[in-house]
Design a protein around this ligand. Structure first.
Ligand code: DX5
Ligand code: ZN
Length: 218
């Protein structure tokens, strides 16, 4: 059974706490928080204050996805704000190994993300240092984009690498995930499914959308 991590990027920000509570009540496993700086990606979203504000709202792990340049400058502050998992992009940090160690020494689980055009070879030498490998299946920056089909084949290769180098590491897929592709993603090795628009922007309530995704994924 995969973990499901609703991304609050597609939530109603005027009712953020309610939306997170609804996701928790409906059986979400993690809450995915997309931090964007307007430089690494062409969009600006949220930062420490939102993580801090959400911390007392939910018991679920806060899965913080940093789409920011030089994330090493902010890792400790996100952990202090309440992040349980901190994921940085390989394209955004010069000393990947050091940044992953910094996340762990700050007390969070360490994740590393790759964009759709980034070679998976990056993972070979650092998989032992991380808890989560995040495969972007859209170009980061916005919710509601179409899943890039080539990601399926990349996922399979990443899963094989993970099995060989660090079977403890989880693979998370982010972007364009919904009931239509969840089963295929799980079959190819995904352990954590991030879903923004499919959970908060779907036709039904958060509970209905989440259970449709859960049913489709198993
Ligand atoms: C995209 C973000 C995603 C986004 C996914 O840059 O990293 O987490 O919220 O949204 P959907 O599920 O709508 O593709
Ligand atoms: Zn994300």
């Amino acid at each position: 059974m995969p973990l499901i991590a609703p991304s609050i990027l597609s939530a109603d920000f005027a009712r953020l706490a309610d939306q997170v509570r609804a996701a928790e009540a409906a059986g979400a496993d993690w809450i995915h928080v997309d931090v964007m700086d307007g430089r690494f990606v062409p969009n600006i979203t949220m930062g420490f204050v939102v993580v801090e504000a959400l911390r007392p709202v939910t018991r679920l792990p806060l899965d913080v996805h940093l789409m920011i340049v030089e994330p090493e400058r902010y890792v400790e502050r996100f952990v202090a704000a309440g992040a349980d998992v901190v994921t940085v992009h390989v394209e955004a940090t010069a000393h990947v190994h050091r940044t992953l160690q910094l996340i762990r020494s700050a007390g969070a689980r360490a994740g590393l993300a790759v964009n759709p055009a980034t070679p998976l070879d990056w993972f070979e030498d650092v998989l032992g240092e991380l808890d989560l490998a995040l495969l972007m299946s859209v170009n980061p920056g916005f919710g509601g984009q179409r899943f890039i089909p080539r990601s399926l084949e990349r996922l399979e290769r990443l899963a094989a690498l993970r099995d060989r180098v660090n079977p403890e590491a989880r693979i998370e897929v982010d972007g364009g995930v919904g009931p239509g592709n969840a089963a295929e993603l799980v079959r190819r090795g995904a352990d954590v499914l991030v879903a923004g628009s499919a959970v908060f922007g779907g036709d039904g309530t958060v509970a209905e959308n989440l259970s449709a995704l859960r049913d489709a994924a198993q």
